[in-house]
Each structure stands twice: as C-alpha cells, then as structure tokens.
Design a protein around this ligand. Structure first.
Ligand SMILES: *Cc1c(COP(=O)(O)O)cnc(C)c1O
Length: 373
C-alpha cells in the first residue's frame, strides 16, 4: 500500500481524545468491570497500533479485533494484554493463535473438535470465548444443548482449552424505539437463559458494546467491549444523546491545490453535472473516492477559510472541486471532518449526506490517507 505522504491530505488523530474517552467510560464503571478496547479495522480507521498503545497508557484489560492478523499486529507492537478475535476462525489457525496468546471467539463445536487434535499434537493451549447468538443471527450457539456440549468438551480437554470468556452481541442496543428496546430485552433474557445452563462461568462475561454501556447499564456481564465511543462518536448516530464529555478523535484535512474563476455557463467535473449560474470561484482539493471520500459527497459543504463551501461536480477518484465565495490562496486549509474556528463538520454529517452511518465513514478513509498523531 502506498501512503500519500507528499500530499497534504491527512487524517489528524487526537490520541489524547481517545485516552480521555476511555477515562470518561471508566469513571462510570464499577471496580469489578473490565474494559476491552475495540481496535478492529485499523481502530475504526484511526490506526490500530497507535490507538492500542494510547489505550494501554490509560489502562485497559484487553483489546478486541475482528481478524487474526489484527491481533498479530498488536503482539508485534509489543502489547501484552489479552487480545480477543471477535470473529470465528478456521481451526487451522488454532496453533498460531495459541502460540501468540490470542483468544478466539468460538461459535460451534466443530471448531473445538478439530482444533483439539492440532493443539494436542503441538502441546498448546488456546483461550476461548464462547459466542452466543441471542438474536443477532451472526455467530454463536443458539441452544443450551449445543452450548453445554461445547462447555463439556472443553472440560474434557483442559490441556488444550482455557475457557476464558462467554459473550453475546446486541443488534438494537443503540435505539430507544420501543421495538428495539423490546428486542434488546429479548436478547438479554436469552443470554441469561443460556448462561443458566453453565455451572461455572469463565472469567470474562461480556455483552456490552458502547451503546449498551451507555443506554443499558443494567445489561450485566463484567466486561465492556468499548468501540465507537472510544473514538468519541455516538453509537446511535443522533437518535439518542450520549453523556457530554466524549470527544471525537478524528479530523480529516486537506488544502486547496488550485483556484480558478469560471464563467457563467461553464461546467465542472465528469459528466458535466454542474454548470455555473454566474461567474464563480472554484477550488480544487486533492481528495477523492479512492481516499474514501465517496461520490455521494457531491453537494456536501466543507470548510474552507471558515466558510461552508459546496462540493460541485462529481467527486473524482483523487480530487474534488469546491465553489468558494471568493478567491482563496493555494495552500488554504480545507476541513472535511472536524472543527474550523467555531464551525464543525461531524462524521455524522458526512454519514447523513452519504446515506450511511459514521462507522462506515471513518472505516472507509483509505490507507492512502496518512494518519498524523
Ligand atoms: C464491533 C463490535 C463491538 C464494538 O461495538 P461499538 O458499537 O463500536 O461499541 C463490540 N462487540 C462486537 C462483537 C463487535 O463486533
């Protein structure tokens, strides 16, 4: 991957905001609760190693990632806390995970049976968090019978398995609508019912994502998987309020690389979708859909010289054109996400324009965009 270090388009990451957000979350947790920092997908686009190290500095009990390679990147960076891969993995990698002290989610007995053979051969022990599917319909055990079979199997093979955790994931913890709350409650009840079939609970019982930790404090478990709100964003988008104090960590910045006056009737961009209604100043900014700045951002207003200025014409792969009220200098700062003086563009504003959620907006900022800390 080629990173654009000689182009002044970058994501500015405020690691102090990340640390601050963890502290805010921890302040409202009990002493018995643990916090896992969710750093999957390059820490939601913020940079996995840098974010994990910042989290380490303020103290977290572990990290959650989505895939094994993300876990390996953390181990390579020298982080020694627990690392849980939230996705299910092929049994072929059981030995690799055990060797690197990586814990894995397990959602079916088949994995355990096949992994046991390999682990026994290698004289290795793998830490397992059993995933329970209580309504997400994604991964995990759905019945007491299937769950008990897995727990019993691990009990018979304690040399190969460390039963370290058990968890579920909510699909509607981020909404206050009646149906969503009912479904959340259904999931909690399902989880407790499944749990009641287990004699001895593992060390980590975890159900809460950011949303549940904020709006369903009673949800139970002893560990929070803290994701989007660690990055300062509201899990519900804008539907529910989050407590004040969380600060967004990411800004997306660029600068003007060209400025020209076009005449009334001149067009801008591919497909000639924009035609000037009068003589207008058009600035060019070096960011495009290859950077994760989607084509649906045409028409959105970004900040240049403290003005909200409209993106006109189609978003190109590497550049956008913006109508500015008057001539600006080459090199003028452009804020696509973040603050400029008193004005702010939130990741949520970008998501609203693109018809998506801010999770997607920040994850999609491509690797070509350097992260500056
Ligand atoms: C991504 C993820 C989280 C974190 O969710 P946020 O909404 O970002 O807090 C927690 N648990 C699981 C299983 C996940 O996949």
């Amino acid at each position: 991957m080629v990173v654009g270090i000689h182009r002044k388009t970058y994501a500015k990451i405020d690691l102090n905001a990340i640390k601050h957000n963890i502290k805010v979350e921890k302040a409202q947790m009990t002493n018995e609760q643990n916090l896992f920092a969710v750093v999957k997908a390059n820490a939601y686009g913020h940079g996995i190693v840098e974010v994990a190290k910042a989290a380490h500095e303020v103290g977290v009990d572990g990290y959650c990632v989505a895939i094994i390679d993300e876990a390996l990147a953390l181990r390579k960076a020298g982080l020694n806390e627990l690392i849980l891969v939230l996705g299910v993995n092929s049994f072929e990698y059981a030995s690799l995970m055990a060797k690197n002290n990586i814990s894995t989610a397990v959602g079916d007995i088949d994995f355990l049976k096949k992994a046991q053979v390999l682990l026994c051969e290698q004289k290795q022990r793998l830490s397992v968090h059993l995933a329970l599917d209580t309504g997400m319909g994604r991964i995990g055990f759905r019945t007491q019978e299937a769950l008990c079979e897995a727990v019993d199997f691990m009990k018979q093979h304690t040399s190969e398995f460390n039963f370290e955790g058990i968890f579920t994931h909510f699909s509607t913890a981020d909404s206050g609508k009646k149906e969503a709350v009912n479904y959340y409650e259904q999931q909690i009840n399902g989880f407790n019912e499944l749990l009641s079939s287990i004699e001895e609970l593992p060390k980590y019982v975890h159900v809460a994502n950011s949303a549940a930790s904020i709006w369903h404090k009673e949800c139970g478990g002893n560990t929070i998987r803290f994701g989007i709100t660690m990055y300062g964003l509201n899990p519900s988008g804008g539907e529910l309020d989050i407590p004040t104090g969380f600060r967004p960590a990411l800004s997306l910045l660029s600068e003007v690389v060209a400025i020209k006056k076009i005449k009334k009737g001149n067009s801008v961009g591919y497909g000639k979708t924009y035609t000037a209604k009068e003589d207008e100043w058009i600035a060019t900014v070096p960011i495009g859909y290859a950077d994760g700045w989607l084509r649906s951002m045409q028409g959105f207003k970004i900040l240049i010289a403290d003005n909200f200025c409209e993106i006109v014409g189609r978003v190109c792969m590497d550049q956008i054109m913006v109508r500015v009220p008057s001539k600006v200098l080459i090199g003028t700062t452009v804020t696509l996400i973040g603050r400029q003086e008193q004005k702010e563009i939130k990741a949520q504003d970008v998501a609203d324009q693109a018809g998506t959620i801010h999770y997607e907006v920040i994850c999609l900022i491509s690797e070509r965009v350097p992260r500056i800390y």
